[in-house]
Design a protein around this ligand. Sequence first.
Ligand SMILES: [Zn+2]
Length: 93
Amino acid sequence: MAAPVKKVPLRKCTGCQEMKSKKEMLRILRTAEGEIIVDTSGRKNGRGAYVCRCMDCFEKAVKSKGLERALKVRVPEETYESLKKEIESIEER
Ligand SMILES: [Zn+2]
């Protein structure tokens, strides 16, 4: 019998379109209240979009509107700004 292959759930980055494991990605979440947040726990309910843990991919996702498409909502400029700050602080950790 073949050794069981552990399946790692892959998610597509809305920036660079690469498939990576969830652990390597940031989850951007639209909550039921319509807030758009960085879901650091990865456990909150809502519609999620994934980007790599880097500012490059986040900015690509913003520019290509991939993030808006994935979240199915228009993201206001100030929301992008606050997400960006949050990602910066995560990157530094
Ligand atoms: Zn990426």
